[in-house]
Design a protein around this ligand. Structure first.
Ligand code: GLY
Length: 560
């Protein structure tokens, strides 16, 4: 979809529309992103919302970029022993769902901070919340993505009937008397919370009746989050990671996001392989040409092989080195994104053979769509926002706070409970990300802004657990290395490798010939329905905007 003035790409059409409405009223990209996010809190209850957290990256023409970390935080009373079963063994189910899985929600604080500090000042709080309020006051039509999420919840309850009782409020709101997913969901309760936020700002959520309901719900399910935890939650305003790759400036999210470091490390490896070789290999793989230009050594399958081999060390570093922001993690991020490291890794790649995962064990330097949503905005003045928010797994902790419409996150599961075992996304992690009071868990959310000569070239990000990183990276490469239109760049089937398990996941539509070429080099290939859901906006040199929403989640951009 093309536009001259502004574009909003969210993973639900009504949310994109909410942002466009605010831009039409004179708001800037931040105002629009805030309105879009509040709207998503109503219409994507499976993916994000007031009970979750997120990251927002802001590009301001002529001013320094800003990164906002409003990730959930472990309550002060968090102790690892809370997650042990009656026999003293660590029990991952306790951190995955229910009261002990809930981190202090950051979304409301983050959105209002962004609005107050970086909004245009021309839009009132009531105005920015108005589209979400309107959506809350009409039944929510269940689309394909929500229906699938409800159906997964019904299946989980069928397997473990006690879940239906434990999460009865959420179950009743999503499932009808016949045990089938509702076709219309009543989200009117969230209007009460939105009104409290409109009237009282952050206090409408973190203090007063809404906070009391949140605390009661968590306590009844064995959680330890307190009124003091809610009242003391703060946004962290941090400097984005800024690096030049392929002649573009990349603005990316620092820890506790792992996305920025992993994406830039992988890009450095690919850059070291060489732009001409990559472009030629991509053109052969996409069918645009049958052979590389003379003097360039590239064959069918090389592009995906290089990509996989670049992802392995970057994800291994994620596992071994990353955690919440602190000086030690910052030092390792600096080493991960050093182009010299990219060159060392690139030199080790054997184009005919997959590297064993053990090459990157112990930190080689010395050593299912989750409940997430991404939105991208570019306004008429060239300001841009990339914002990714989450409740972690679909419907988060599965706890719906009565009379508030808030679904609480289960983001505590993004911490490592046991460093010898993978988490719900199959990710392994180190002591750096161990569950710890007051910390924020490592995330894959990767809001990213790419600039060319100081102007926005691409705003991009995704949902989908660790596949966020690989899908965001692939769309970036498709646009800035291979010059694809953003809609094609988002729509083509993708692959995913996260170091461990040592296998390549590929989407339907991934060509059999390419699969065979990778298998021939020793890669183990598995199929997966989706590799992230990307929402992206590209800006061409003449100012034209092109926006694309991932066909897999049902979003539609709103533009003018
Ligand atoms: N909860 C998913 C992530 O932040 O990676």
């Amino acid at each position: 979809m093309e536009a001259r003035r502004y574009a909003v790409a969210a993973d639900h059409p009504d949310a994109s529309q909410a942002g466009a409405e605010i831009l039409a009223q004179g708001g800037n990209a931040v105002d629009a992103a805030v309105a879009t996010s509040f709207a998503l809190a109503v219409v994507r209850p499976e993916s994000c919302g007031l009970g979750g957290g997120g990251f927002m990256l802001i590009h301001r023409p002529g001013a320094a970029p800003v990164a906002l970390d409003y990730r959930e935080q472990a309550p002060a009373g968090t102790q690892i022993d809370l997650y042990r079963d009656a026999n003293g063994k660590l029990d991952p189910t306790r951190i995955q769902r229910g009261g002990l899985s809930v981190g202090i929600p950051g979304t409301v604080c983050g959105l209002l901070h962004a609005f107050d500090h970086y909004g245009s000042g021309r839009i009132t709080r009531a105005q920015v919340l108005a589209p979400a309020m309107r959506l809350a006051n009409r039944p929510l039509a269940v689309d394909g993505h929500l229906a699938e999420s409800i159906s997964d919840f019904i299946d989980a309850c069928a397997k473990q009937p006690e879940l239906q009782r434990r999460h009865r409020d959420l179950y009743a709101s999503l499932v009808d008397e016949n045990g089938k997913a509702r076709t219309l969901v009543d989200r009117s309760d969230i209007a009460i919370t939105l009104e409290a936020i409109s009237d009282h700002g952050p206090d409408g959520f973190y203090k007063g009746p809404v906070a009391k309901s949140i605390l009661r719900t968590i306590k009844e399910d064995g959680g330890v989050l307190t009124a003091a935890d809610l009242a003391s939650y703060r946004v962290r305003e941090v400097r984005p990671i800024e690096r030049t790759c392929f002649d573009h400036a990349i603005l990316a999210m620092p820890p506790p996001s792992s996305g920025g470091a992993v994406i830039i490390e992988a890009m450095n490896v690919l850059q070291a392989i060489g732009l001409d070789k990559l472009r030629a290999a991509h053109a052969i793989e996409s069918g645009a040409v049958t052979e590389a230009p003379s003097g360039v050594n590239a064959r069918f399958g090389d592009y995906s092989h290089y990509l996989i081999e670049a992802l392995k060390p970057a994800f291994a570093d994620r596992a071994n080195l990353l955690g919440d922001a602190c000086p030690a993690v910052a030092a390792d991020v600096a080493r991960m994104i050093d182009p010299a490291r990219g060159r060392v890794i690139a030199n080790q790649i054997d184009v005919d053979h997959a590297a064993p995962w053990t090459r990157y064990n112990d930190g080689a330097m010395t050593g299912d769509d989750g409940g997430t949503s991404h939105l991208s905005v570019v306004d008429a003045d060239g300001m841009a926002v990339a914002c990714t928010e989450s409740v972690n797994l679909e419907f988060g902790s599965r706890m719906l706070v009565p009379d508030t419409g808030i679904i609480l996150n289960d983001t505590m599961d993004d911490f490592a409970l046991d460093t010898t075992k993978p988490n719900a996304f199959g990710l392994r992690q180190s002591e750096r990300n161990i569950v710890r009071a007051g910390s924020r868990p490592l995330s894959s959310m990767s809001p990213t802004i790419v600039l060319k000569d100081g102007d926005v070239r691409l705003v991009v990000g995704a949902s989908g657990g660790p596949r966020i990183i690989t899908s965001t990276l692939q769309v970036m490469l498709n646009v800035i290395v291979s010059d694809e239109r953003v809609d094609n760049a988002v729509a083509v089937p993708r692959l995913h490798h996260q170091w461990l398990p040592d296998e390549v996941r590929v989407q339907p539509g991934f060509s059999h010939r390419l699969r065979r070429s990778l298998e021939h080099r020793g890669h183990v290939i598995e199929s997966r329905k989706d590799i992230g859901h990307v929402q992206a906006i590209e800006r061409l040199a003449d100012g034209t905007l092109r926006a694309a929403c991932d066909p897999g989640k049902g979003g539609r951009p709103a533009v003018e």
